[in-house]
Design a protein around this ligand. Structure first.
Ligand SMILES: Cc1cc2nc3c(=O)[nH]c(=O)nc-3n(C[C@H](O)[C@H](O)[C@H](O)COP(=O)(O)O)c2cc1C
Length: 147
């Protein structure tokens, strides 16, 4: 029997850079067999999306001072408990401007603390993604399915 892996990509993006990354992650996921994928802006996401997924990708740029976006993404991430993500393959990604990626390292630590299985280091790209960066996003999507 074929099992379809259900995957969800949940993201926040202010100026579209992380959204472009999310779309490329989805392309990578769709390039694999026997998957279904939902791309959901975090404002429309619920914990149910996470609970039902076999594997998850979250995307958010560096905002504030090296933190997650505070009105939608941070409350969503904060609402997650170990029971929601423990043992699940997870990919993190996001765009940044001038920092050194501290927001992503902190985010990785939080998600590992909840028991999520990070399939790769958080993928960070500076400002507007270029073709090589988008290709790394597609690879991340492939890896998420294969995990
Ligand atoms: C209010 C605000 C705060 C930001 N804070 C940071 C920061 O702390 N570190 C950083 O590297 N970039 C920071 N940036 C830059 C964004 O991360 C960068 O422009 C990113 O490409 C935006 O992604 P998006 O198009 O998905 O919204 C900030 C941008 C804004 C608008």
């Amino acid at each position: 029997m074929i099992t379809i892996k259900k995957i969800v990509v949940i993201y926040w993006s202010g100026t579209g850079n992380t959204e472009q990354m999310a779309e490329a992650v989805v392309q990578g996921i769709k390039s694999q067999e026997d998957v279904s994928v939902d791309l959901v802006a975090v404002g429309s996401a619920s914990k149910q999306h996470v609970a039902e997924a076999h594997a998850i990708a979250f995307g958010c740029p560096s905002m504030g001072d090296e933190v997650l976006e505070e009105s939608e993404m941070e409350p969503f991430v904060k609402s997650l408990a170990a029971e929601d993500v423990s043992g699940k393959p997870l990919a993190l990604f996001g765009s940044y401007g001038w920092g050194e990626g501290q927001w992503m390292r902190d985010w990785e630590d939080r998600m590992k603390g909840l028991g999520a299985k990070l399939v790769a280091e958080g993928l960070i790209l500076q400002e507007v993604p270029q073709e090589d960066g988008l290709s790394r996003c597609r690879e991340l999507g492939e890896k998420l399915v294969q995990a």
